[in-house]
Design a protein around this ligand. Structure first.
Ligand SMILES: Cc1cc2nc3c(=O)[nH]c(=O)nc-3n(C[C@H](O)[C@H](O)[C@H](O)COP(=O)(O)OP(=O)(O)OC[C@H]3O[C@@H](n4cnc5c(N)ncnc54)[C@H](O)[C@@H]3O)c2cc1C
Length: 444
């Protein structure tokens, strides 16, 4: 491939990673982002009512997120996380009882048996949980949902309630009955096969605006990338497989030359309308369904005692509608975020109702918390992730050229492409890596 300009569409993790990689390869890169900030689905907005900057939802990483860490290093913010040495997951039961899964420094497969035996489960259930850990390594049948895997591998009951259901909601953002077992287990193997640090949570000490959105602007400028914020792409004018022009929301039209290329790092729901309605095309963004994430940020009254610190990530066993309690390391001890992944009962529900449900659940799981005078701010993301069900694998194209067997100048990346991961920060970063590998292969 010869020179020419490259237009990267979308300034989320995938678009940023792609822009850096393309600039490094000597291309003249322009990043077109519809919003006034970078960072994509990991963003922060100012909440006038509470006077706080609130993330659109807490984003937690794992030590095995190596591609995402490359991006953070470029931005100089890899140190903005509490990086545990090994997995530490707190639990709260519906009666307020506390428990924890704390792995030692040994590699996960060796450390897990001891850790599992610390959980409040009957002996038989602990043993089944341990066998389940072994079964993660053995994989699954491609047609199985995670619930099918529970049944086949003896994981129903306590192992599912303590281990697999919370992890499924956290990683897949849907229920085990919907989740593709193969994708879930592939992600677990990334985290659990190897050193203890790979499975450890990386919990942000700062907002995502500070970790990605803000530092990305000067870092991209330094790398020679032109960033255009507020540039919504409304049309991909194509002739055959070739994009001839880009239409922008303000009426501007960017004409492309023969050597110019376009890299879409847009999410599935934004790219589908630009490609036209092609439901007969089996692979592509038209076929993916969105799943929501709802977060309730709870702040206790200043007169209330601080909350007991159960650690930054706490699973609420059997919790509904919220699955997790999250704390910002070093943050205000009266503040906590309740997170609900893939929960459909919030659809169309008013934020006041969601706030009341959050407080009611907190009363059960953290009964010692004094909730009188507590304030709740709600963040709802309807398109937080796609649903990684068993069908989704058929519809996710490989990151790389849009039509690999035909001439064309449109390239794809983004968390929804076929990365082998569900929709995660790491999936987004790896999609850009894979797209760049294909780019280099074509250039050779
Ligand atoms: C509340 C919430 C919590 C999450 N929690 C976690 C977590 O704990 N751990 C984890 O790993 N992942 C988590 N995720 C998922 C993670 O945020 C995404 O997988 C990842 O950020 C996707 O990155 P991306 O670059 O592929 O897409 P995006 O971040 O969606 O980036 C696409 C960009 O394209 C822009 N855009 C859209 N349309 C246009 C257009 N027409 N023209 C120009 N630009 C356009 C968008 O504004 C956006 O900036 C969470 C997501 C949400 C919403």
């Amino acid at each position: 491939m010869s020179g020419g300009r490259v237009f990267v569409l979308g300034g989320g993790v995938a678009g940023l990673s792609a822009a850096f990689g393309l600039a490094e390869r000597g291309h003249a890169v322009t990043l077109l982002e519809s919003r006034q900030w970078l960072g994509g689905r990991a963003f922060t907005s100012f909440d006038r009512v509470s006077g706080r900057w609130l993330d659109n939802g807490p984003h937690v990483m794992l030590g095995c997120y190596r591609a995402m860490r490359v991006l953070l290093r470029r931005l100089g913010t890899e140190g903005g996380f509490q990086q545990d040495a090994s997995l530490r997951l707190g639990f709260r039961l519906a009666n307020g009882e506390r428990a924890a899964l704390q792995l030692g420094r040994l590699p996960v497969p060796l450390a897990m048996p001891v850790a599992l035996f610390g959980l409040p489960m009957p002996f038989g259930a602990r043993l089944r949980g341990l066998l389940g850990m072994g079964a993660v390594l053995r994989g699954t049948r491609p047609e199985w949902s995670l619930a099918d895997w529970f049944a086949a591998r003896g994981q129903r009951g306590e192992p599912a309630a303590f281990l697999w259901r919370p992890l499924c909601r956290a990683i897949m953002n849907c229920d085990p009955e919907e989740a593709c077992a193969a994708d879930f287990l592939a992600t677990l193997r990334e985290a659990f096969l190897g050193s203890a640090a790979r499975a450890a949570f990386w919990v942000p000490k700062r907002s995502w605006r500070e970790l990605v959105g803000e530092p990305a602007v000067p870092a991209l400028a330094k790398a020679g990338v032109t960033v255009r914020l507020g540039a919504r792409v409304t049309a991909l004018v194509r002739c055959g497989g070739v994009v001839e022009a880009l239409g922008l929301g303000d009426g501007e039209r960017i004409e492309l030359g023969a050597a110019d290329r376009v890299v879409s790092a847009l999410p599935w729901f934004a790219l589908a309308p630009l490609l036209g309605n092609t439901p007969q095309q089996p692979i592509g963004p038209h076929h993916l369904r969105s799943a929501p994430i709802v977060t309730a940020y709870v702040t206790l009254a200043a007169s209330a005692p601080p909350l007991v610190d159960d650690g930054p990530v706490v699973g609420m066993v059997g919790g509904s509608p919220f699955d997790f309690l999250l704390r910002t390391p070093g943050g205000d001890p009266r503040q906590v975020a309740l997170l609900a992944g893939g929960e459909r009962s919030f659809d169309g529900q008013a934020v006041d109702v969601i706030a009341q449900r959050a407080l009611a659940q907190m009363q059960r799981y953290v009964p010692e918390a004094v909730l009188a005078g507590a304030s709740v701010r709600v963040r709802k993301e309807q398109h937080a992730t796609f649903v990684p069900d068993r069908d989704s694998g058929f519809h996710r194209p490989e990151p790389g050229p849009f039509a690999p067997t035909q001439p064309g100048n449109l390239w794809l990346c983004g968390d929804w492409t076929a990365t082998g991961f569900p929709a995660t920060l790491e999936g987004a970063a790896r999609s850009a890596e894979a797209m760049l590998r294909a780019w280099d292969a074509k250039a050779r």
